[in-house]
Design a protein around this ligand. Structure first.
Ligand code: BES
Ligand code: ZN
Ligand code: MN
Length: 501
């Protein structure tokens, strides 16, 4: 899909459909919507007066122009209240309007830049949010459908701005948004892929493609290297599966003379989580093909980081394996030793994410990572606590937590800070090892986070539990049903912010 920014009058575009917009409570529209209204002899204000058009958020109304203006159809997209309208609104309404027109078999359309005229919304941000809304909102995963008949794609979108001074910034924003959204698309594709295709080996191949395109260095540690390094927790999870595990290490060197100016992005890459010997119930077990969403977001973020080139060093580390109940599988009661020497008693083989991340975090500290963010579909308890709209954040460093949450705001990915506290430590004490891998039902997301935190050494650390946010049941706004790509964009914004600071 091509996205072009042009200067002009939207009502004069020789195109099948145009999108204008309406805030709630407006009775006589101005700007481009006003121009369209006038050209249509007051059709829009009539619909408002009749109560059919209210401008409520996400409401779409299609008007046929019947030759009065060049565009054949005008879509009026509701923006909701102007006081609360922001870039998240731009992203969402752009996505919904584009999906609406695609559903009407439109292939090319022009749209005004939503909100570019109001104070506080800079054209660059609007351009970025619109490109994100278009690319992510129109995303489809249909490669396994034999027939996609009747499912056409949008080929071309024109963002038409009357004010020439804004065109350049809008266009620059569109390019940024494209880089961010195309990265998130990589993450979505990986998560949506079934587990028989998206194996640890395949994840490493995707990472290799990302590395090649972005001139990143890559190292993929195999089982024997893991053994040499003493990654007993990762190997313990992997031993029940016939798929070979991979520890994927991607490096971007944006500040080579300043080695300590670094950021580690760690991802849980469980390509299928059956639970292992502590087998999960069969209902919805298929969703566990997405248990590598953290790893997918890390690989995807590295792609955009290579594009934006922030001034810091970023290492992406993805611990990829299946969690299967094979004959060699680890048992509840087993004890494993993590790379840093600490031991963990396996009380439940289904609490595998923290095990693979324990070794990933130990590895990160061993190579001198000073700040790290791990991303994981770690706990079902997270879905209970925050649902599908907020990612949970845990950590040992308020400054880094604040940076991550701020990056999430820019990305339109909501993150909520939850506590870690030594009072929870008792819950995962073991009588025979340094700790157990579970801490019981009470505060299950907190103890899960804290077990990872046992392996971060002196690094500033944030854990993001995306169990609820990595997929969407229905899809709305820029989210489509299935994988969301969250928190790819947050990670990219974080790297940019840390690189600038
Ligand atoms: N991958 C799951 C967590 C999960 C559940 C992600 C639902 C997305 C949706 C994780 O490995 C897991 O099984 N966690 C257990 C931990 C428990 C055994 C302490 C859980 O949440 O039940
Ligand atoms: Zn899991
Ligand atoms: Mn599990």
């Amino acid at each position: 899909m091509e996205i072009k920014v042009t200067q002009g009058d939207i009502t004069q575009q020789p195109i099948a459909a145009i999108i204008v917009n309406l805030f709630e409570g407006v009775t006589t529209p101005d700007g481009a919507t006003g121009a369209a209204d006038q050209a249509l002899d007051g059709a829009i204000s009539k619909l408002i007066a009749d109560g059919e058009l209210k401008g409520s958020k996400g409401h779409m109304s299609l008007i046929h122009t019947l030759g009065k203006i060049t565009p054949e159809r005008v879509l009026v997209a509701g923006l909701g209240k102007s006081a609360t309208f922001n870039l998240d609104g731009v992203r969402a309404v752009t996505a919904e309007a584009a999906r609406y027109l695609r559903g009407k078999s439109v292939r090319r359309f022009a749209t005004i830049a939503h909100g570019a005229g109001i104070g506080g919304l800079d054209p660059r941000g609007v351009g970025r949010a619109m490109a994100e809304g278009l690319i992510l909102g129109l995303y489809r995963f249909d490669k396994y459908k034999s027939s996609t008949e009747g499912k056409q794609d949008i080929e071309e979108v024109f963002i038409v701005e009357s004010d020439n001074k804004k065109v350049e910034e809008l266009a620059a924003g569109v390019e940024e948004g494209r880089a961010l959204a195309e990265a998130a698309t990589i993450a979505r594709d990986m998560v949506n892929e079934p587990a028989n295709y998206m194996t640890p080996t395949r994840m490493a191949e995707v990472a290799l493609d990302v590395a090649t395109e972005g001139s990143l260095s890559i190292e993929v540690l195999d089982k024997s290297r893991m053994k040499d390094l003493g990654m007993g927790a990762l190997l313990g999870v992997a031993q029940g599966s016939n798929e070979p595990p991979k520890l994927i290490v991607l490096r971007y060197n944006g500040d080579p003379n300043n080695e300590d100016n670094n950021l580690g992005l760690l991802g849980k890459g469980i390509t299928f989580d059956s639970g292992g010997i502590s087998l999960k119930p069969s209902e919805k077990m298929g969703d566990m093909k997405g248990d590598m969403a953290g790893g997918a977001a890390v690989i995807a973020a590295m792609k955009a980081i290579a594009y934006f080139k922030p001034r810091l060093n970023v290492v992406g580390i993805v611990a990829a394996t299946e969690n299967m109940p094979g004959g060699h599988a680890q048992r509840p009661g087993d004890v494993v030793r993590v790379m840093n020497g600490k031991t963990i008693e396996i009380d439940n083989t289904d609490a595998e994410g923290r095990l693979v991340l324990a070794d990933a975090a130990s590895y990160a500290t061993s190579i001198g990572i000073k700040r790290m963010v791990d991303v994981a579909t770690l706990t079902g308890a997270m879905v209970v606590a925050l649902g599908g709209h907020y990612t949970g954040a845990f950590g040992n460093d308020q400054k880094l937590i604040d940076s991550v949450i701020a990056a999430g705001k820019q990305a339109g990915e909501r993150i909520w800070h939850l506590p870690v506290d030594d009072d929870f430590k008792k819950q995962y004490e073991s009588s025979i090892a340094d700790m157990k891998n579970i801490g019981g039902r009470a505060g299950g997301s907190i103890t899960g986070a804290m077990i990872i935190g046992e392996f971060v050494g002196d690094a500033a650390w944030v854990h993001l539990d995306i169990a609820g946010t990595s997929t969407s049941e229905k899809g709305a706004g820029w989210h489509t049903k299935g994988a969301t790509g969250v928190p790819t964009s947050t990670l990219v914004h974080l790297a940019q912010a840390l690189g600038a600071g």
